[in-house]
Design a protein around this ligand. Structure first.
Ligand SMILES: *Cc1c(COP(=O)(O)O)cnc(C)c1O
Length: 349
């Protein structure tokens, strides 16, 4: 780790100074006791959701902490990882002054959040293997480059970013590196959360939206040093994770074998689909993937997209992204859905 790194110097001055809002449920922490709660102006009649949810989501964090082997004070939960990303921007990026670095083609939300906060987004394209150009990244960074976003496995390309490249960036970049691991459970690779001990400038985000099958409840997870987590905790909305979300997420985490069973089915189907796609004449390239989707290059993306649509199948045309001309991104569906896709692809003229 470069000795220049200093978390305090990266936090926005107003955030460093501010005191968090203290909610009734923050002040009184002993939930389970048979107490009479007359402190939060809630309605006393029981409906399961008449009380405010736990602002610190202790039950949920404690099961995550055990499963991931990360201390509770290094975990923050968000309303989807999109909220986590938004909190990271608001904690570290001073509007109109700071900048971030992103590596297109990649997830669009980093740029949206940068625009929203009036933060310059310095884009350094991935190379033709969709790997980062380290020299160019370090040339592009300056003292106001607060965040570098690395999506691995990357969306929309599907590949992992090489671990030696990430390691090198962790050792040399003077801001915070956010590794977005939305698809890590589909990958043949370890999560970077095991490296948090070594790198105080590392933030890892994950989500229950993809592998855990819970996109509808909106639950994103952020792992980082306890200093970074305490800054994010200070600025988050007090009740950002609603009670129903906390309950459903907890139930699913308790039944982790079912989650892994489905992940394995998707991975098996992914291999079958990869092979089948290679047989289709107008598909020029099938990119390797570590995610639950496959990027393909076709002869004419717009034409093929519309043909699939006419046959009742919606895929994503990613042609507007750099290095992704004439590409379609296809999510792995159920086995019958994937078979239907292949049948239709084979019939297209
Ligand atoms: C889908 C996706 C997310 C979404 O996260 P939510 O937890 O649903 O907000 C984050 N990052 C990437 C790269 C994604 O593809």
């Amino acid at each position: 780790m470069t000795n220049k790194f200093n978390i305090q110097s990266l936090i926005r001055p107003n955030v460093a100074k501010m005191k968090p809002y203290s909610s009734a449920r923050d002040e009184f922490k002993h939930f389970d006791n048979e107490m009479i709660f007359l402190d939060a102006n809630e309605n006393p009649f029981e409906t399961n959701v008449n009380r405010y949810p736990d602002p610190q989501q202790r039950q949920l964090k404690s099961i995550l902490s055990k499963q991931k082997n990360i201390p509770i004070d290094q975990i923050l939960l968000g309303n989807g990882s999109d909220e986590v990303l938004d909190l990271i921007f608001r904690a570290f990026c001073e509007p109109a002054k700071d900048n971030i670095i992103t590596l297109p083609p990649t997830y669009g939300m980093y740029n949206v959040l940068a625009n929203l906060s009036n933060i310059e987004n310095r884009e350094v394209l991935l190379n033709s293997d969709f790997q980062p150009d380290l020299d160019e990244i370090l040339r592009t960074a300056d003292a106001r480059s607060k965040l570098l976003f690395i999506c691995s496995p990357n969306n929309p390309t599907g590949n992992l970013i090489a671990s030696e490249k990430i390691l090198r960036l962790l050792q040399t970049f003077n801001g915070i590196i956010v590794i977005d691991e939305a698809y890590i459970d589909f990958a043949n690779a370890q999560s970077w959360i095991s490296k948090l001990k070594d790198f105080p400038n590392l933030i890892v985000t994950q989500t229950l939206s993809k592998a855990y099958g819970l996109a509808g409840i909106r639950l994103g997870i952020c792992y980082a040093s306890k200093e970074i987590i305490s800054v994010l905790n200070k600025i988050k909305a007090p009740y950002n994770i609603n009670k129903l979300t906390q309950q459903i997420a907890f139930q699913q985490l308790q039944d982790i074998r079912t989650v892994y069973g489905k992940i394995n089915l998707i991975k098996a189907d992914r291999e079958r689909l990869l092979k089948a796609l290679l047989q289709i004449e107008f598909i020029k390239k099938v990119y390797p993937t570590n995610a639950n989707f496959i990027l393909i290059k076709v002869d004419n993306a717009e034409k093929r997209y519309l043909q699939l649509l006419k046959n009742g199948i919606v895929v994503r045309n990613r042609s507007s992204q750099p290095l992704c001309e004439n590409t379609l991104r296809i999510t792995i569906g159920t086995t019958p859905e994937n078979e239907k896709l292949i049948t239709i692809l084979k019939q297209l003229k």
